[in-house]
Design a protein around this ligand. Structure first.
Ligand code: F3S
Length: 425
């Protein structure tokens, strides 16, 4: 049974109104399913919401949001939200647009109005990489969060040392409105112990998205302690290491259901606690070159015509970092030069947080990238691919999350570069 504080009991008795009472009841039920015995305060400065799209079919969500707004049960925290679904800069056509505008994101404006009333951050609030310095929603170590975007949850837990369960949409908002979340799983010291040891024995730096996929598919929702990765990433969380961990983590979270990983000598808890983070009886998974190849070869190709020429390439799921945008500008330029091409041969979209794109625009790289024909955007590629017509297109990506949830075909970063600069030759 859940032990409530006096103040929480007061809410449960209806002392703060019917709406807040219902919110608390919902969170108690949710917590009890996972064996939570108490509710603990959310301590982060900001919150993050997964539901960012005004999909026509989400009627009940809008009703619930309206009830919260009318009852004045708005979040004490400002929040960011996942990326917006559409951007006119992204290649499209009449039919695709027709479906986006008439059957899919028809309530976008209305929904964003609701988000504003509930406490959306004023500027540049839409990105799954809300934790980037440029965006500003970066939790502190030890902060308790009420997030649910899986790629952001795993990053916040693992790289930032915050504490958050893999919640679902609306639960994230409820926790923030109430200011409490049920205490279980990844909020507890016990739940943060690793029950898997991942032993990296590759002969070169592994591909982040492939490594994350292998780990996720093996450990599912368990916590892995990764050994041997510091050899490739170093022992400091610099931009390059954080970018790698962002992509690896998103793949562990989508190809499995990982909410936290530790990297020996690198991530905060692993640095502090070392092997004492490993639970007794932890299983071992060795990853070498052959294992990564096996995982790569196991991906089904969902295209109708497997020999089709790619029509579109998406990079940036999760959204790219500034460091990634810059290094990819260099890579695309070099690839084009080698191939004797002046522009990319596959329409290519790099997605990043609006605030990151603004910073990128201030650098000389932005003009150089534009010259290669690559388009930048703030959308979520998954929401684009959810358009049934987009699902029929041969789209390529180096995102293992996008591959998992859509018909997009996975290529490694190097293969993507060859595809977009040389046409796969
Ligand atoms: Fe982000 Fe959308 Fe991918 S929310 S992680 S770009 S599916």
């Amino acid at each position: 049974m859940m032990q409530l504080t006096e103040q929480q009991q007061h809410i449960l008795n209806g002392g703060e109104g019917e709406t807040l009472k219902k919110v608390l009841q919902t969170l108690i039920r949710y917590g009890e399913v996972f064996g939570a015995t108490k509710m603990v305060p959310v301590t982060s400065q900001y919150n993050h919401l997964v539901t960012s799209f005004g999909l026509k079919a989400l009627g009940p969500v809008y009703e619930l949001m309206e009830q919260l707004i009318e009852a004045g049960a708005v979040s004490g925290q400002q929040f960011t939200a996942d990326p917006r679904p559409v951007d006119k800069n992204v290649p499209s056509n009449f039919l695709l647009d027709f479906i986006f505008n008439n059957f899919m994101y028809t309530r976008q404006e209305f929904y964003e109005g609701q988000l504003n009333k509930l406490g959306l951050m004023e500027k540049d609030a839409f990105s799954c990489t809300c934790y980037m310095d440029e965006v500003g929603n970066k939790p502190q170590k030890g902060d308790i969060l009420s997030w649910s975007e899986s790629s952001a949850v795993v990053y916040a837990n693992s790289v930032l040392g915050a504490r958050c369960n893999r919640n679902s949409g609306i639960i994230d908002l409820m926790g923030s409105v109430l200011g409490y979340v049920p205490y279980f799983g990844l909020l507890t010291d016990e739940g943060r112990k690793a029950t898997w040891i991942i032993d990296i024995q590759t002969t070169k730096k592994p591909e982040a998205q492939l490594l994350g996929s292998a780990i996720g598919m093996k450990v599912m929702e368990d916590v892995p302690f990764i050994r041997g990765l510091d050899k490739w990433l170093g022992t400091e969380l610099d931009d390059a290491a954080c970018t790698f961990l962002k992509d690896m983590g998103a793949a562990t979270a989508s190809n499995g259901a990982v909410g936290l990983y530790h990297v020996e000598n690198l991530t905060p808890e692993a640095k502090e606690q070392g092997e004492s983070l490993i639970a007794e009886g932890a299983k071992v998974y060795v990853i070498d070159d052959a294992e990564l190849q096996r995982v790569y070869d196991s991906y089904p190709i969902m295209w109708k015509n497997k020999e089709a020429k790619p029509k579109l390439c998406f990079m940036g799921c999760p959204h790219m970092s500034l460091e990634q945008l810059k290094s990819w500008t260099d890579k695309v330029e070099a690839g084009l030069k080698e191939a004797g091409n002046s522009k990319v041969v596959v329409p290519t979209v790099f997605t990043a947080a609006p605030a990151v794109l603004k910073e990128f625009e201030k650098t000389p790289y932005a003009k150089r990238l534009r010259k290669t024909g690559v388009i930048t955007s703030y959308i979520c590629p998954l929401m684009y691919m959810n358009n049934p017509l987009a699902g029929k297109m041969p789209v390529i990506t180096s995102s293992n999350k996008l591959r998992t949830y859509t018909t997009a075909r996975y290529y490694t970063d190097d293969e993507i570069l060859i595809e977009i600069t040389k046409g796969g030759k």
